[in-house]
Design a protein around this ligand. Sequence first.
Ligand code: PMP
Length: 355
Amino acid sequence: MARLPVRDDLVAVEPYGAPQLDVPVRLNVNETPWPPPASFTEHLAKRVAALEMHRYPDRRAWALRLALAGRFGLPPEQVWAANGSNEVLAQLFQAYGGPGRRMLTFRPTYSMYPEIARTTATGHVEGDLDEDFRLTAAIATEAVTRFDPDLVVLASPNNPTGLSVPPAVVRAVHQAGRALVVVDEAYMEFADAASTASATSLIGDCERVVVVRTFSKAWRMAGVRLGYLLGPDWVVDDLRKVRLPYHLDVMTQEAGLVAVDLAAEVTAHIPTIVAERDRMRRALTDLGVHVFASDANFLLLRTEVDDLFDRLLARGVLVRDFSRHPRLAGCLRVTVGTPEENDAFLTATKESLDV
Ligand code: PMP
């Protein structure tokens, strides 16, 4: 029996995803190394036991949106939730991308943006971050003027490079064109609140700015698949046109509610991760490794050692290899783990550089 060929534009595509290898130290996908606290799992178990699983979930996820809205001082009509921030992003592309429309990103950035653009038949145009991987208002304005995009996606802090986009630059992107400006703040909770502002402060003021966040990183719930959007109510109304009915299951909604209830405990580890990030940066610099500044729970490093990724893996440490990505020759990204995992990574790096 002859197969049905896949869509022409998917023939040469490799499924996206980092290797899931069973090694002692896994620092490659920016998870939090500790599970949520026992208080969270105990509450959740009780609440799951009381759920009506024979019924469809609340299609609007209203209780969860209300709880999230409360954290940001927004009405629930300005909050949307889906299965991970990747699904929120995919829904934004379904609603505002598509044939004849284009998205602008700045290299290097998160590799899923072009993947989602392709599956939604959205065009992709690119500008470049500056030499230190910063986005300046001048770079952003020039690219928006040149490309006239429908969507601009900015990761802040950026993955894999680590720095945030100042709200003034987001505002400049918004002013320069007519695009929906999507600020992906997957890692914002790790940034220093005193020096780094979230684009949430622009919501309302800039009518086409939306912020996307996730429970996968600082909320240590990557296995739950929950992300959300904050933005104008008309965006939320448009997303409701493309979502599948009952897209967010009862258990995910409940997990989000319990996490928001216990927010302080669930996110209590963040200062430890930040302190470890800064310790790792100093230790790597002492080893002569170039490390980029980071507001996130990972560090991007550059060395001359071609096969550092393999040398680390041989020592049981898995990081993310970016060395073959545009503008990232010689670069690896390491997630901040437990102090023990970070020590193992530092020791493995030292040994690998000494070889
Ligand atoms: N945005 C960025 C910048 C990311 O790095 C990731 C995860 N790697 C995501 C979004 C997606 O995360 P999730 O779907 O787990 O919320």
